[in-house]
Ligand binder design. Structure first.
Ligand code: AMP
Length: 215
């Protein structure tokens, strides 16, 4: 069983690296942001509760987030382990997590703020299938259309300069202390996330003693 948390500022490649880890190691990728976006898109009760906060890039309340994570993990569909992405984002969430689950490691993707701005403002998402694009590193073949399903490419509501500035400030204020807490438990390995996605994946595998990527 392999149980990881992946941390890093938005745009650092958490989603991409988690998906690459999950694919051949059979880990369940649990992205709290994706869960919330799904609820917003499908107009659920939870979606209505979090819609404004998610669009503004503000953090959802700790109790609500902890319940979402707990409910997701209680499905117990993670026979080989999980990789939690986007949680914990502050000390209280980290304490809840450490009380309830033991972890094998925390993958910390490190990316300077200027590179974050450059990447995030170029990010696009397929409105239909959720595939991620980037106008710098991963352009669609036809402008504005998803290569996989032909859906329309849109900008995430929170990938605007204002929302990004807020999320960066939040990250530095609140998520930094979480790393400190995990570091004391000797869980954290910091990975330079400036390299291309395969190189970053290779480094993660080597540092965490995982088998090579079978992509
Ligand atoms: P992400 O895709 O991880 O950037 O998350 C998108 C949005 O979901 C965030 O801007 C928050 O509004 C909300 N969110 C995701 N994870 C958390 C969390 N751990 N604590 C509070 N809010 C969260």
């Amino acid at each position: 069983m392999r149980k990881y948390v992946i941390m890093g500022v938005q745009g650092s490649g958490k989603g991409t690296q988690s998906a690459m880890l999950a694919a051949d190691l059979d880990l369940v990728h649990i992205s709290v942001g994706d869960i919330f976006r799904w609820h917003v898109k499908h107009h659920t009760k939870l979606g209505a509760q979090v819609r404004r906060l998610v669009a503004a890039g503000e953090l959802v309340g700790d109790d609500l987030v902890a319940d979402v994570v707990k409910d997701r993990l209680e499905l117990h569909d993670w026979n080989y382990g999980f990789i939690v992405d986007g949680f914990p984002r502050n000390r209280r969430q980290a304490e809840f997590f450490l009380e309830s689950y033991d972890l094998d490691g925390v993958i910390h993707l490190d990316l300077p703020d200027d590179e974050v701005r450059r990447r995030v403002l170029a990010r696009r998402l397929c409105a239909r299938c959720g595939m991620d694009y980037n106008l710098i590193a991963h352009r669609p073949e036809e402008e504005g259309r998803c290569d996989v399903c032909g859906g329309e490419l849109v900008t995430r509501a929170d990938d605007t300069p204002d929302a990004l500035a807020r999320r960066l400030a939040d990250y530095h204020d609140k998520t930094g202390p979480v790393l400190e807490l995990f570091r004391r438990k000797e869980y954290v390995l910091t990975i330079d996330a400036r390299a291309d996605k395969l190189a970053v994946q290779r480094t993660i595998r080597v540092r965490f003693n995982l088998p090579p990527y079978q992509g």
